[in-house]
Design a protein around this ligand. Structure first.
Ligand code: PLP
Length: 372
């Protein structure tokens, strides 16, 4: 029987393996492991790719978010106790970054179709305490609405992007996610569309002052060794990860295109009444399909059936942040769409190494699923 993992990191990295080994050897031999040439080149290449003024490599995606909030606090643009609107169906790291910085997450239900921010509800949820919106480009789909953003900006709100899942996605005017708001956080966790061989992340922004503050805060709070103007963290990308990412960045565009092709095959091929497929975006480039997430009210039976047929599936995410032990004070918050999605979503394999035949096989299996 065929066997499909939800994601094979080995297969994902196979096309780059030799070049990655060479790059890592180069770093080992250089004798320089942090804050060196690889990092500088990576940041420059990424800023050229995204067309963004500033890229700061950091230790991981969660830290990228924490450093953005912390920098705005240091700069006096956010204060402890300020509210940040965030979609409630996000990965918990989005919320952890907010609370870690002494800010208050205002969790709101997403749009039931796009699974992304519900712009109308977001606007209704703004209070005098709201200071920022954390946009999450969930599953790789650009979350943006010019009119909504315009109105937020008029009210003085910061627009921060959680771009962990969407590197390479663009909005219709051609700008990349991660360059749209005031600042953005991206993760290079190994399973992300551009994955390192370990943890890594970055902050991107057009704001030089913010970039400098993030860089200082990620380096114990100072630009120069032994001179510290802020109470910082240690959160830097290391030379090995920067070198790995430099090898893989030129392949990102094609890898994302391939994900789109596979998503199109899935959405046109799956026609099982028990399954709801995600709708394809109007503009192909606005979704990079970090996950292909379907819905079914019979999730447990479906996942078991898929597993019996050699196809691994996953859930992103089974327990929303407000139902986690980490956030007991939020557990009475009513977020019906978030809770329904948490019960019904299933992720099926999507990765650039899958062939059309692989996907046709998976579609055939899915279309044969019955709930009795
Ligand atoms: C992966 C992810 C993060 C966290 O990134 P790490 O590099 O794992 O710390 C944050 N937000 C979202 C939406 C993510 O998917």
């Amino acid at each position: 029987m065929e066997h499909y993992e939800l994601l094979s990191l080995q297969r994902l990295n196979a096309p780059y393996a030799q070049d990655i080994k060479d790059a890592i050897s180069r770093v080992i031999d250089s004798g320089w492991y942090l804050r060196g040439q690889e990092t500088e080149r990576f940041e420059n290449e990424m800023s050229a790719y995204l067309q963004v003024g500033h890229v700061v490599g950091v230790a991981n995606g969660l830290d990228a978010l924490r450093l953005i909030f912390k920098a705005y606090i240091e700069m006096g643009q956010l204060q402890h106790g300020d509210e940040v609107i965030v979609p409630a169906n996000t990965f918990i790291a989005s919320v952890l970054a907010i609370t870690d910085c002494g800010l208050i997450p205002r969790l709101i239900d997403p749009d039931a179709t796009t699974h992304n921010l519900d712009f109308t509800l977001a606007e209704q949820s703004i209070t005098p305490h709201t200071r920022a919106i954390l946009l999450v480009h969930l599953y790789g789909q650009a979350c943006w609405d010019n009119d909504f953003i315009e109105r937020c900006r008029k009210r003085g709100l910061l627009i921060i992007e959680d771009n962990a899942q969407a590197l390479g996605a663009k909005i219709p005017d051609g700008r990349y996610t991660g360059t749209l708001g005031d600042a953005a956080a991206t993760s290079f966790y190994p399973g992300k569309n551009l994955g390192a061989m370990g943890d890594a992340g970055m902050v991107t922004t057009h704001n030089e002052q913010l970039a400098m503050m993030v860089r200082a805060l990620g380096n114990y709070g100072g630009h120069k060794r032994y001179v510290y103007n802020h109470q910082g963290l240690n959160s830097r990308i290391d030379e090995m990860q920067a070198a790995v990412l430099r090898v893989k960045l030129p392949g990102l565009h094609d890898a994302n295109e391939r994900r789109s092709e596979l998503a199109e095959l899935y959405t046109s091929g799956i026609n099982n009444p028990f399954i709801t497929t995600p709708t394809l975006p109007q503009e192909r480039q606005s979704h990079v399909w970090h996950q292909y997430v379907i819905r079914t009210p019979h999730r447990e039976a479906f996942m078991q059936y898929m597993s019996d047929n050699g196809i691994e599936t996953g859930i992103h995410y089974p327990i929303p942040p407000h139902k986690q032990g980490a956030y007991l004070s939020y557990c009475d918050t009513s977020l019906p769409i978030t809770e329904q999605l948490a019960r019904e979503v299933v992720s099926i394999p999507i990765a650039p190494y899958l062939s059309d035949d692989d996907v046709h096989y998976i579609i055939t299996v899915i279309n044969r699923f019955e709930y009795k």
